[in-house]
Design a binder for this molecule. Structure first.
Ligand SMILES: [Zn+2]
Length: 62
């Protein structure tokens, strides 16, 4: 499980997804719609990965 918490001080968006790929897809949609960044640069994507998403341990094996 992966969690996104938007880093913008004026945006409290928070959501989760089962995989990092799905989460990044949702993040890309979020920044396009909410922050009007239709084509985030590689450095922005890297920044988002480093600063706004994290893996949540499920606590279960399997
Ligand atoms: Zn946001």
């Amino acid at each position: 499980m992966y969690e996104f918490q938007c880093g913008s001080p004026v945006c409290k968006t928070h959501f989760t997804a089962p995989t990092e790929d799905e989460l990044m897809g949702a993040v890309a949609k979020h920044v396009a719609v909410k922050h009007r960044i239709a084509a985030p640069s590689k450095s922005l994507v890297q920044f988002l990965k480093d600063n706004t998403i994290r893996e949540i341990p499920t606590g279960k094996s399997g």
